[in-house]
Design a protein around this ligand. Structure first.
Ligand code: CAA
Length: 391
């Protein structure tokens, strides 16, 4: 596996790093405290091409590859995981779906404004009664002439309160067998009647990334805004999540790296028993394990990114590698953040330092875009399929 970076990949990583450290890091704690969506910095990220990194330039994006995407997302998430969430939803969950399944008209109407940062995109699969069991959704779309009438309630919509357009999944054929073949994808315009923003979720972490319920009350969706064919929605949802999970892996690596770097610095400055705590073996072993796990998580993430790049030529799925990267990186972020709090002692528990924020932010990476349990299920199913034992 060749992980040598190209000139373009290095360039976007450096642009993201500089922007993250100069513009995002100084406001991260304040946005975490207030929960206010950081519209100003998000718009600037759009101007830098960070919201549509893999989208071709003709559709408003930066025209780069998946490796460039994960490098940039790690840098942004290292400064602030909430910005990382907003960036990953726009890039993977919205743009990826439109780029691969959208018509030319849909690309012009929805992809161009989101990839260029003028609009905010979102993705809406989860419902109050269906999270891990995504095919158990109940939101209904009934065709009437040239429109679909949509009714239902979606939950945990990241970017929901500020989204201009949302990729939504709804049941068009409740009698379909198996049930996932009755699900269809749509692109929703949030300024149209029948779209109602529900309660905003108060969250443990990534507090500046707005999350809400979205209600559909006789929302009339033009048939031309259907994404893909009727009944293809579940496969579109899963294909998009494969890409999304690589992004969450990169976000997790960024959070872990931030917690690790702060810890290394602290161990040099903090004295106990007359010595910097870096000189105690109990601390050294923690730093060694943190560094090793982060390196492994980063390599798995790059490996999945390269597999996604290859799939652009071969069409081969990279589901297993994306889930492996997401599983390992998210559990690494949680573990590293936990060690960082422990190394910092009372200061790790205090709001004076960002360590407790890393700890709170890391947790979501083990939950959204498929819990760690779902990633293990996906990996196991793929491993068994490879030896001819499909479940
Ligand atoms: N790519 C393409 N197709 C896929 C696929 C993939 N990765 N995974 C499954 N499929 C296809 C299967 O081939 C099958 O197709 P056929 O009709 O041809 O048989 C079909 O989809 C059904 O597959 P399964 O039988 O495996 O489906 P399942 O009901 O057992 O569910 C699951 C599988 C992996 C558990 C899936 O439901 C899942 O991923 N659940 C987690 C959902 C999730 O991640 N939600 C997060 C939402 S986004 C979010 O977090 C909020 C946010 O805004 C950030």
């Amino acid at each position: 596996m060749d992980f040598t970076l190209t000139e373009e990949q290095r360039m976007i990583r450096d642009v993201a790093r500089e922007f993250a450290q100069q513009e995002i890091a100084p406001v991260a704690a304040q946005h975490d405290e207030s929960g206010e969506f950081p519209l100003e910095t998000v718009r600037k990220m759009g101007e830098l091409g960070l919201l549509g990194i893999e989208v071709p330039e003709e559709y408003g994006g930066a025209g780069l590859d998946t490796v460039a995407y994960v490098l940039a997302l790690e840098e942004i998430s290292k400064a602030d995981a909430a910005h990382g969430t907003i960036m990953s939803v726009c890039n993977s969950l919205f743009c990826h779906g439109l780029l691969h399944f959208g018509t030319e008209e849909q690309k012009q109407k929805f992809l161009v404004p989101v990839a260029s940062g003028k609009w905010i995109g979102a993705y809406s699969l989860t419902e109050p009664g269906s999270g891990s069991d995504a095919a158990g959704m109940r939101t209904r779309a009934v065709q009437e002439g040239n429109e679909y009438i949509i009714n239902g309630r979606k939950s945990w919509v990241t970017n929901g309160p500020v989204a201009d357009a949302i990729v939504l999944f709804a049941v068009t054929d409740p009698r379909a067998e198996p049930r996932h073949r009755g699900i269809t994808a749509f692109v929703i315009e949030t300024d149209k009647p029948g779209f109602v923003q529900g309660k905003v979720e108060p969250k443990l972490g990534i507090r500046a990334s707005a999350t809400c319920e979205c209600l559909y009350e006789n929302y009339r969706c033009p048939a031309e805004n259907r994404l893909g064919a009727e009944g293809e929605g579940f496969k579109i949802a899963m294909t998009v999540l494969d890409a999304g999970r690589i992004g969450i892996a990169a976000q997790a690596v960024g959070i872990a790296q931030a917690a690790y770097e702060a810890s290394v610095q602290y161990t040099k400055e903090r004295y106990a028993f007359g010595r910097p705590i870096a000189e105690f073996q109990a601390i050294q072993f923690k730093l060694a394990d943190m560094a090793t796990r982060i390196e492994a998580a980063r390599l798995l993430t790059l490996n999945a990114a390269l597999a996604k790049e290859r799939s652009k030529k071969t069409g081969e799925r990279y589901t297993k590698l994306a889930s492996m990267a997401k599983l390992f990186a998210s559990e690494t972020a949680m573990w590293v953040a936990h060690q960082a709090v422990q190394i910092h002692g009372g200061m790790g528990y205090s709001k004076e330092l960002p360590i407790e924020r890393y700890f709170r932010d890391a947790k979501i990476t083990e939950i959204y875009e498929g819990t760690s349990e779902i990633q293990r299920l996906v990996i196991a199913r793929n491993v068994l399929r490879e030896i001819g034992h499909a479940l």
